[in-house]
Design a protein around this ligand. Structure first.
Ligand SMILES: NC(=O)c1ccc[n+]([C@@H]2O[C@H](COP(=O)([O-])OP(=O)(O)OC[C@H]3O[C@@H](n4cnc5c(N)ncnc54)[C@H](O)[C@@H]3O)[C@@H](O)[C@H]2O)c1
Length: 367
């Protein structure tokens, strides 16, 4: 028996049409036949996952999908290095070989890598079919599965090829987090605390008070943390589906973080680890600008450290290295680097006037 703990909706107000999709959070959702029947009816399915997740979770999804439905399974190799056009083509070929049509639905069972690739394949297949996100990492549950950004990496950079394609639904099964490696779980926690920093001071305080229960992956705390994170992401995405304005605040910690990932080599630092460190840098600058209390920065650092997340940038990266890497970021706007700082704890500010001296000072303080 599955249990639904929260359901919320992402509202999209498009030029041509408005639409909404549900994010369902609960236990044992992946095994819930009724839930899949309600969403899919008798529509055929292309189920995409990777070779780490397949042995752990495919069987229960297959059972829930029932034996009357046409299901094509695609199992891709695990890893960010496989997030490329070749594997998108594998998905498309499997769909074509099994004669899937426009009414077929793609299911993405996995972390952000599988979600991004499957969503992009769904956006391209026969000029666009529906897809459902079944995110199995904390990062995917609170971030990548919500918002409709899909895509793959290119040898010239991360996530350079892609499309906005919103899912039909996001089903978050809390059970999957119990098998997630510690480092991957912590990387997701970095994105969770990000939402508190940029949009909800109360949520920040709640997280400070529940860190040990979150670390122990208690169901009720996970459900609450994911629900509040998704609600913030959903409201930002609803206001700005294509990242023209306010959606940029979700990049808090990401401008410095991307620079770290790029310079240290992707895979060396997990994305969430680089974001954690980037958030500390951005908060330090916010403290120096008199917007955030030094004690709040100390609490943020303490929280991140409790999860084993890094709070000091690599010693090998000085200001010029950061500036050089950030200048190449795809979020650079007409040559100006756009940063997200904190206006106060719980409120983000988009700025473009951070000086090299300020970065120098922050690096010295955090060394
Ligand atoms: N589309 C967006 O808006 C968006 C936002 C943020 C990040 N992303 C993308 O997301 C990707 C990162 O996602 P991620 O952190 O989920 O990484 P991931 O998909 O690589 O998953 C991390 C690792 O955990 C394994 N795993 C997944 N679920 C598991 C489970 N329940 N139990 C055991 N192991 C499990 C995976 O096989 C993988 O080895 C990046 O490619 C990033 O660009 C996209």
């Amino acid at each position: 028996m599955s249990t639904t703990l929260h359901t919320l909706h992402v509202e999209l107000i498009g030029a041509a049409q408005s639409r909404r999709y549900p994010i369902v959070i609960g236990r044992d959702l992946l095994a819930d036949t009724q839930l899949f029947t309600d969403l899919l009816g008798d529509r055929p399915v292309v189920l995409v996952t990777n070779d780490t997740i397949a042995p752990q979770y495919t069987a229960r999804v297959m059972t829930a999908l029932g034996d009357q439905r046409r299901v094509t399974q695609v199992v891709l190799p695990d890893g960010e290095v496989h997030k490329n056009l070749t594997n998108v083509e594998h998905i498309l070929t499997a769909g074509l070989q099994d004669k899937h049509e426009r009414r077929s639905v793609f299911l993405a069972l996995g972390g952000g890598v599988i979600g991004d690739m499957t969503g992009f394949a769904a956006a391209c297949f026969l000029r666009g079919v529906d897809f459902i996100q079944l995110p199995t990492t904390l990062l995917a549950q609170v971030d990548s599965s919500v918002g409709g950004k899909t895509g793959v990496n290119h040898p010239m950079g991360k996530n350079l090829i892609g499309a906005f394609h919103q899912p039909l639904a996001v089903l978050i099964d809390l059970q999957t987090l119990q098998t997630l490696p510690t480092r991957e779980f912590a990387a997701g926690v970095a994105e969770v605390i990000k939402y508190g920093c940029i949009a909800d001071g109360e949520f920040f305080e709640w997280l400070m008070g529940t860190s040990s229960r979150l670390k122990a992956r208690e169901d009720s705390v996970l459900a609450e943390a994911i629900e509040r994170s998704c609600a913030i992401k959903a409201s930002v995405v609803a206001a700005d589906e294509r990242e023209a304005g306010v959606r940029a605040t979700l990049n808090f910690g990401h401008t410095f973080g991307h620079a770290i990932e790029q310079v240290m080599g992707y895979g060396e630092w997990l994305h969430g680890e680089a974001v954690a460190c980037g958030m500390v840098m951005a908060t330090q600058i916010s403290v120096n600008r008199g917007k955030v209390a030094p004690e709040d920065l100390a609490r943020l650092k303490g929280f991140l450290e409790e999860f084993g997340l890094p709070v000091a940038p690599p010693a090998s990266m000085d200001t010029s290295v950061f500036l050089g890497a950030m200048a190449g970021d795809k979020k650079v706007d007409k040559g100006t680097i756009r940063y997200i700082l904190l206006q106060s704890l719980g409120q983000a500010a988009i700025v473009n006037d951070i000086t090299a001296l300020e970065i120098d000072q922050a690096l010295a303080q955090l060394a």
